[in-house]
Design a binder for this molecule. Structure first.
Ligand SMILES: *Cc1c(COP(=O)(O)O)cnc(C)c1O
Length: 388
């Protein structure tokens, strides 16, 4: 069992414990599976809700060679916190902080002529070339350059490289259906990726890294690893999809443990409505426990009546609606003391539910469960220093 940090004097009513040793173990396990490629730990969206900076540090301690973020602001925040090494960010809007990224030695992604123009202008102003990854749309239909526009983008990038304004260091793409192992789109995207990379290389691009794999592709398709894999959800110990197995099946350990202290335990008669709308009515005389966490904390309201919670060794279910700040569980006559811990999700090996269980209880993906945990929930870091 992992060691717990001493509780602060004022115990937060609800907290997300983040076990950085679990995160390091996940990174080591993922690196072992991609022996031929480097590993990028994706820490966008505040490290999928776990805290970007501590998670980025722990990932690097465990050997992650790269860090990845969606926005440039996220990448710049990592640099400002002192994180060294390669950082790639890929979600740019017109007028974005290109100069700041170049000055901070952050790699950038380019999918279109507008962003190539902006990055070359910024490089000229900064007096230093930008490190660019050209992104191909091989079938996701989201960001990335369409095959029909690829020759123009490659030609323009090579011209900017000859002018000393950029270095094309990466060629990359992103999968649409890697979480469905037998989906034919993955093979089709892979074939097109090879073609688009081949074209760019034939024109003279010499990429340092070619990359397309996310967590599900990392775990199921070694033929997609190329030079670099971009792992997000797996770093946090969460399975990308139930079809791929649980975290334990995948050799991963969930990093976040979300718990709260019961703030009230009381007896109520049968036939008593519970929470807004009275969607739950006590079937008989029972006890209710009040959990001080709600949708403002990121507990999905869609889990009303379905979310699982471990209280005093027993699995309970959210009774009635989840409100903004609180919800209720029916304790079936048990009387745990006020202050007893209610565990919403964790590693799953102490009888507690997992983020995957919550995803299933409310019809979403586990990515959303951990990422949406709100700013009102303090992150409590466990095992901040590497122990192994
Ligand atoms: C979020 C993201 C990833 C990581 O995906 P996971 O499924 O969490 O591993 C990789 N690449 C890109 C472009 C992303 O946006």
């Amino acid at each position: 069992m992992s060691e717990r940090v001493p509780r602060p004097r004022t115990t937060p009513r609800v907290r997300a414990e983040i076990d950085l040793d679990a995160l390091r173990a996940n990174v080591r396990s993922l690196r072992a599976r991609v022996s031929g490629a480097a590993l990028m730990a994706v820490v966008k969206a505040d490290g999928y809700g776990h805290g970007a900076v501590p998670c980025a540090r722990a990932a690097k301690e465990a050997g992650a060679e790269w860090l990845g973020t969606a926005t440039p602001e996220e990448a710049l925040a990592l640099r400002a916190a002192g994180l060294p090494g390669r950082i790639l960010c890929w979600l740019w809007a017109p007028g974005g902080p290109w100069r700041e990224a170049i000055a901070a030695d952050v790699d950038v992604s380019v999918s279109a002529s507008w962003s190539l123009r902006e990055v070359t202008d910024a490089a000229r102003a900064e007096g230093r070339p930008a490190r660019v990854h050209l992104k191909a749309d091989t079938g996701l239909g989201r960001n990335g350059c369409q095959p029909a526009d690829w020759p123009d983008l490659v030609a323009a990038a090579l011209s900017a490289q000859r002018d000393g304004l950029i270095e094309v260091v990466g060629l990359w793409s992103h999968f649409a259906c890697a979480d469905e192992p037998d989906h034919p789109a993955t093979d089709a995207q892979l074939a097109l990726f090879r073609e688009m990379v081949g074209y760019a290389e034939a024109q003279g691009v010499r990429p340092e890294v070619r990359h397309i794999a996310n967590s599900p592709a990392l775990l199921t398709r070694p033929d997609t690893h190329f030079d670099l894999v971009r792992a997000g959800i797996a770093v946090y110990g969460v399975s990308p999809a139930p079809e791929l197995g649980s975290s334990a099946d995948l050799g991963l350990r969930p990093v976040m443990r979300l718990s709260a202290d019961l703030v009230l335990v009381k007896e109520v008669p049968g036939g008593h409505g519970v929470s807004y709308g009275h969607h739950y009515v006590t079937p008989g005389e029972t006890t209710l426990g009040l959990v001080p966490a709600g949708y403002a904390d990121g507990i999905p309201r869609h889990a009303s009546g379905t979310g699982p919670v471990l209280v005093d060794g027993k699995l309970r279910t959210v009774a009635g609606r989840i409100a903004m700040d609180q919800f209720v569980v029916d304790l079936g006559g048990d009387r745990p003391r006020t202050g007893s811990e209610a565990v919403l999700f964790g590693a799953g090996d102490q009888g507690e539910p997992t983020a995957e269980d919550w995803a299933q209880a409310c019809g979403t993906i586990a990515y959303e469960i951990v990422t949406r945990i709100g700013v009102r929930v303090p992150r409590v870091y466990v095992n901040e220093r590497p122990t192994g």
